[in-house]
Design a protein around this ligand. Structure first.
Ligand code: FES
Length: 113
C-alpha cells in the first residue's frame, strides 16, 4: 500500500489510486482558492497541478498538452496534474501557490478537518 505524504501528513492508498480522487477523499485541499471551480478531473483546467516525487504513472497525451499551456511550463516544469496521476509507490506531493498551482512558493498546509 503506497504512502502519500502531503502537507506533512502521511496517508495510505491503494496502488493505482487516482491521486486527485484520493486526496479529495482525505479532505486535503488540492485546489487553491477559487480553483475549487475546476474541470473535475478531466485534465483540461490545469488547476490540480502538484509536484510529485516518487513512483507514479507516466504522463499521457492530454496531461502533456495541458501542462504545455500557460501558466504551466510543460512536463519539464516539474508539475503533474493530480487528476491524471496514478500512485504506484510511496510519493511526496507538494502544492505550490497560484490559481493553477504554478507558483514558485509552496502553498501552506491546507487540510480540512
Ligand atoms: S482537475 Fe482539471 S486538470 Fe486536473
Amino acid at each position: 500500500m503506497p504512502k502519500v505524504t502531503m502537507f506533512g501528513r502521511d496517508y495510505t492508498c491503494e496502488s493505482g489510486a487516482n491521486l486527485r480522487e484520493f486526496l479529495l477523499e482525505q479532505n486535503v485541499a488540492l485546489y487553491n482558492g477559487p480553483a475549487m471551480l475546476n474541470c473535475h478531473g478531466f485534465g483540461t483546467c490545469g488547476t490540480c497541478a502538484v509536484a510529485v516525487e516518487g513512483k507514479v504513472s507516466e504522463p499521457g497525451g492530454p496531461e502533456k498538452i495541458r501542462l504545455g499551456l500557460p501558466p504551466h511550463k510543460g512536463i519539464e516544469g516539474g508539475r503533474r496534474l493530480a487528476c491524471q496521476v496514478r500512485v504506484l509507490g510511496d510519493i511526496k506531493v507538494t502544492k505550490y501557490e497560484g490559481f493553477w498551482g504554478e507558483g514558485a512558493n509552496i502553498q501552506p498546509a491546507l487540510v480540512r478537518s
